[in-house]
Design a protein around this ligand. Structure first.
Ligand code: FE2
Ligand code: FE2
Length: 273
């Protein structure tokens, strides 16, 4: 499997522009996938630079209903008329963050919910051989406190987000199990445990943001929480690639525990698993 980072908060070099958000190009034996799209047209520019033809993409997964992951959906649909877009139905609900008493809209365009290329997913969806989407995370251990500033509109009420609109992907290829998640709002420990329960095996690679940094308040989670998460992730059988909402400060803190088994993915990076 080849993975190229088209959008992330940082870049490998000045050749690539970067932006807060996430978009991965994933090439398996049978599919060309975009996991998230970022907020704007940056994924198109960087795809061109990295030799990716957007019309070749056959699967798009939007991890959750936040603009830095699904804001570019309309642009993608203008450039590709055949790929299926897999997204949780409630990802199109209104989503907000609150900061200093202000409510900021961070949702995605709900007008696209019934677009013919959009497939609304349930709690578990088998996309194809070796590709499973899941979102049924029951436990919320090691929860990032910055989730408390994130809200969803439920009926007429605006409530703290339960993140049931977040989904993650398991890729099973060449006897390797790869977990890909967006911001891990439901907690990377919980998501990884669920994935291992689904496949009844250890996950060999995790590629995800860990949501340890709040980009609005610019606050990093406590050292104690970061340390606990890193210790729980620390085993000899998994390599972690992280980026985006992990934040650089938390990344370096986690690296003290996970050492060479933790790698940062910036815009323009390419890995082969
Ligand atoms: Fe998010
Ligand atoms: Fe995000």
């Amino acid at each position: 499997m080849i993975l190229k980072t088209l959008v992330e908060n940082t870049s490998v070099s000045s050749d690539y522009k970067h932006k807060h958000g996430m978009c991965f190009y994933i090439e398996t034996g049978n599919h060309k996938i975009l996991f998230d799209l970022g907020k704007n047209g940056l994924f198109l520019k960087n795809a061109k630079k990295m030799g990716i033809d957007i019309t070749d993409i056959d699967i798009v997964i939007i991890s959750h209903g936040h603009v830095d992951h699904g804001g570019a959906l309309k642009l993608f649909l203008k450039n590709n008329h055949s790929a299926k877009i897999y997204i949780r139905d409630n990802a199109f609900d209104k989503h907000y963050t609150k900061f200093l008493g202000f409510k900021i809209d961070i949702g995605i365009d709900s007008g696209l919910k019934y677009h013919p290329q959009v497939v609304l997913t349930g709690q578990r969806t088998v996309l194809a051989d070796g590709l499973i989407l899941f979102s049924d995370i029951e436990t919320r251990k090691y929860n990032s406190t910055s989730n408390n500033a994130l809200f969803a509109k439920v009926g007429k009420d605006i409530l703290v987000d339960d993140f049931l609109h977040e989904q993650s992907l398991i890729i099973s290829e060449n006897e390797k199990l790869i977990l890909i998640a967006g911001c891990s709002h439901t907690g990377i420990i919980n998501i990884k445990s669920k994935a291992e329960h689904i496949v009844n095996d250890n996950i060999s690679y995790v590629i995800a943001g860990f949501h340890l940094y709040n980009p609005v308040s610019k606050r990093t989670e406590s050292n104690a929480l970061i340390q606990k998460i890193a210790e729980r992730l620390n085993n000899n059988s998994t390599h972690y690639y992280t980026c985006h909402c992990t934040g650089k400060k938390a990344f370096y803190k986690m690296k003290e525990v996970l050492s060479e088994r933790l790698t940062y993915l910036s815009t323009g990076s390419e890995i082969e698993i």
